[in-house]
Design a protein around this ligand. Structure first.
Ligand code: BES
Ligand code: MN
Length: 462
């Protein structure tokens, strides 16, 4: 193990250069104009895996490519015949969120910049820096000739930020080779550098687009206004009725299946570092708002939400234009917690929206991607092994936590491969995932590599 640690310590500056190369690909999965960039990025990942001694492949899909890379299988010694070596998957994604709005970036999103101990670029923490940390740990084993106590397969995909559709199909088709003892994922966060974290729950998601259609064209609001409904107003009124003043979603049945938070969990939440006033300042809001009866940490990871993600209608340019717009549109997502089911929530949302829509406009609802919430016990032997690896690397007592974001594929891993996910996030709260000026802390990068290095012996023994 010392050889692995020494290797990691003495190669950090090259690793940072490699992270810069990885970050230069504008691998924005949501935008069709970047299709070739996703291909190029997948090829780069596969070539990189090849250089460090992994057997890598790029798999084409109906969407963006998937990269797999495995350690050369090693047979067990004869005395242990019949037993299989432990096999772990490391999951990550090379696709990134759209970088817009560009003008808010201090430096271009795909020209990585190092300032202090942070590296700034779209994808730095979400998720290129985090998956590269695992690659570097495995590289250290392979390049120093240190025997790994397990087989490892990397699965690095290009559609995480748009719902992981191709990967789900891929897992079914490649189930045999991918069967494993656990999935290791670093695509979540940690509360602070002194609080390494094991995440044992994620929220699910259901996405919608609502279109409200009014007149057959934009109309002069002086000539026609007053005789017909305004679709923007109708949409605003529908949306305003989806949440009450206590932060409760008003859709009938929405809260029905939720597994209540145990008092044990609420105590764990209360132990996490969090200061309401700092948080408010960090977000730049005049006052926090959330579901009454829950703390902000509970609200953002263990309670469901309904958010408007985008709202468009009428004239958006400079100056004024006096019209009654022909249509209004909203993009909406709900975040779901155990044991809410996306399909049931989608049905309930449709039904309620239809009920709220006045007869003066026409409503069209389109459902987008969905993912179930995820919850796994944080006390099992594998989770404990992960906690030990975190502690060895970060030298602080790890915390157990729930996260509010979603990683759609974790439930598919469980359903198709039967394996649980160990989520060991390396992103800090101010890393700006999905925001302008995304960054990754280089300390988290190196500690993350160390955590991964310690993980394999710990996990293989568990
Ligand atoms: N890494 C995030 C998920 C995440 C972030 C989990 C923070 C926990 C804490 C992931 O890349 C992501 O952003 N997922 C999307 C999924 C969606 C597009 C289906 C999300 O949560 O919005
Ligand atoms: Mn993301």
């Amino acid at each position: 193990m010392q050889a692995v640690i020494d290797y990691l310590n003495s190669n950090q500056s090259r690793f940072v250069d490699e992270l810069c190369d990885y970050l230069r690909f504008p691998s924005v999965s949501a935008q069709p104009q970047h299709k070739q960039d996703l291909h190029a990025c997948a090829e780069w990942v596969a070539a990189h895996c090849g250089h460090i001694g992994l057997l890598a492949e790029v798999h084409q899909t109906d969407g963006h490519p998937i990269v797999t890379a495995r350690t050369p299988w090693r047979p067990l010694p004869d005395s242990t015949c019949g037993r299989r070596r432990p096999h772990f998957l490391i999951y990550g994604h090379y696709d990134v969120q759209p970088p817009e709005p560009f003008e808010l970036w201090k430096s271009p999103p795909f020209e990585p910049r190092i300032e202090g101990h942070s590296i700034f670029a779209r994808g730095a923490c979400d998720n290129k820096g985090q998956n590269l940390a695992h690659l570097k740990a495995v590289e250290a084993y392979l390049k120093t000739g240190t025997e790994l106590p397990c087989d490892i397969t990397f699965v690095i995909e290009g559609e995480e930020e748009v719902g992981s559709k191709s990967l789900s199909t891929f897992l079914k088709a490649h189930r045999e080779e991918l069967l494993c003892d656990a999935i290791v994922i670093s695509d979540t966060g940690m509360p602070s550098p002194k609080h390494p974290a094991l995440t044992y729950a994620l929220r699910g998601i259901a996405a919608f687009e609502i279109n409200v259609h009014g007149p057959n064209r934009d109309l002069h609001s002086g000539i026609f206004g007053g005789t017909l409904d305004n679709p923007a107003m109708a949409l605003a009124q529908i949306l305003a009725r989806l949440r009450d003043k206590n932060g409760r979603i008003t859709i009938p049945g929405f809260y029905d299946d939720i597994q209540p938070l145990s008092s044990y969990e609420r105590k764990q939440f209360a132990r996490l570092p969090f200061k309401q006033s700092d948080y408010k300042k960090f977000l730049g809001v005049p006052k926090l708002f959330g579901e009454r009866g829950y703390t902000p940490l509970e609200q953002r990871s263990a309670r469901p939400t309904l958010e408007i993600n985008g709202l468009t209608s009428g004239y958006q340019g400079e100056g004024s234009k006096t019209i009654v717009p022909a249509w209004a549109r909203a993009k909406i997502t709900t975040r779901l917690v155990p044991n809410q089911k996306p399909a049931k929530v989608i049905k309930a949302v449709h039904k309620h929206l239809k009920k709220l829509c006045p007869p003066t406009v026409r409503l069209e609802i389109e459902s987008g991607h969905g993912a179930e919430p995820y919850l796994v016990s944080p006390t099992g032997p594998q989770a404990q092994a992960a906690v030990r690896a975190l502690k060895l690397a970060f030298e602080y007592e790890p915390v157990l936590m729930r996260e509010g974001g979603s990683i759609p594929i974790v439930n598919e891993f469980k359903k198709i491969l039967g394996a649980d996910a160990l989520m060991l996030g390396l992103a800090l709260p101010d890393d700006n995932a999905h925001s302008p000026n995304e960054k990754f802390d280089l300390n988290c990068f190196s500690k993350g590599q160390l955590m991964s290095a310690y993980l394999w012996p710990e996990l293989s023994r568990a």
